[in-house]
Design a protein around this ligand. Structure first.
Ligand SMILES: Nc1ncnc2c1ncn2[C@@H]1O[C@H](COP(=O)(O)OP(=O)(O)OP(=O)(O)O)[C@@H](O)[C@H]1O
Length: 329
């Protein structure tokens, strides 16, 4: 092997073969260097393209017109619901790890969070269905866990796992819910008729609730939660399994209720829906509130979904699972 440096100043005894070998080696090195440069350039280009794409996405997000947020109640509006230091563990699982929230009268308040974030556990403690390990819940100056009966009269609840007396017909269930809340029979009948028509349950109302579809069950449960015209409605996933027309009806009913001074707290995975109807929102992740306030404060110039994904730890890149594409039949 001939040293490359010798090519520049070939000694007198250098043979033609040696010179040819040195030139070939030089050419090879040049080729490799060009390849390396090409690779580096490609890498730099890819990096620049990725940075440009990110910047463009950021610019697009910044210039994209966000859905207009509904006006939140004034900061001076009285609180209808105050949650302080709420915590709950199931054995070793800490479901709710010290939640503080304030919901003002006349607010349409959305609670969002990934699966298992602690939303249902929180709402169950708020509505007197699950005793907290620590913390307090106050509804209109009434401590839910000190005076549960009084607090429950002011609250309408749509729990997550619907446990209804489903061997009753829809009409019987509504009647039962009304009289249980202290309404007289005539008032229950009048309100039942309004609710049945608002939810489009006319055809089903005399059938057993056990035979209802998932969406119909949700609607009758919602009607039961509203029949005593509570000050506060706490609804866990109210739109899950509900068709778009019924959902639009329901939103209108809830918006009118809020406009008249009622307050709605609902959990949902539908970011667009929350953005469209709620004036305030809390993002709960791993049992803690990571952001809460008016919709504009929380989304901070981004879409709520982007903000949510950011706070919830970003998207996971799906790797592996190649077996899913091998189609075993
Ligand atoms: N009855 C229970 N026993 C034991 N662990 C529970 C129970 N209920 C909830 N958990 C746990 O508590 C955590 C919070 O659950 P929770 O149902 O409150 O979450 P979530 O935010 O409502 O979820 P999702 O969006 O999936 O409905 C999860 O880790 C869940 O596994």
């Amino acid at each position: 092997m001939v040293a490359i440096g010798l090519v520049d100043a070939p000694p007198a005894e250098l043979t033609i073969e040696d010179t040819a070998a040195a030139v070939a080696e030089l050419e090879l090195i040049e080729e490799l260097t060009i390849e390396q440069i090409d690779e580096d350039e490609a890498e730099a280009e890819a990096e620049a393209a990725a940075a440009a794409a990110k910047a463009a996405a950021r610019k697009k997000r910044a210039t994209r017109k966000l859905p207009t947020a509904t006006k939140a109640p004034a900061a001076s509006a009285p609180a209808v619901l105050t949650i302080s230091g709420l915590a709950k563990s199931y054995g070793a699982t800490q479901a709710v790890a010290g939640i503080d929230l304030e919901v003002r009268t006349g607010s349409f308040y959305g609670i969002v969070g990934p699966n298992g974030a602690g939303k249902t556990t929180t709402l169950s403690m708020v509505t007197g269905l699950l005793r907290p390990d620590a913390g307090t819940v106050v509804v209109h100056d009434v401590d839910v866990w000190k005076e549960p009966a009084k607090a429950k009269r002011m609250t309408g609840v749509l729990p997550d796992r619907l446990r209804l007396f489903d061997r009753l017909t829809g009409a019987q269930l509504l009647y039962y819910s009304g009289v249980l809340r202290g309404l007289d029979a005539q008032t229950v009948r009048t309100r039942s008729a309004d609710l049945v028509s608002a939810f489009g349950l006319e055809e089903a109302i005399n059938r057993l609730v056990a035979d209802y579809s998932a969406g119909m069950t949700k609607k009758i449960a919602l009607a039961c939660a509203m029949i005593h015209s509570p000050r506060l409605l706490v609804l866990d996933e109210p739109f899950e399994a509900v068709d778009p027309v019924s959902a639009a009806n329901l939103i209108e009913i809830l918006q009118r209720y809020v406009a008249a001074g009622g307050t709605v707290v609902l959990s949902s995975h539908g970011m667009d829906l929350i953005e469209r109807v709620c004036d305030s929102v809390a993002i709960i992740v791993q049992g803690r509130v990571l952001a809460a306030g008016t919709l504009d404060e929380v989304r901070d110039g981004e879409r709520l979904e982007d903000r949510f994904v950011e706070l919830a730890g970003g998207r996971k890149v799906a790797e592996g699972m190649e077996w899913l594409h091998s189609f075993s039949d």
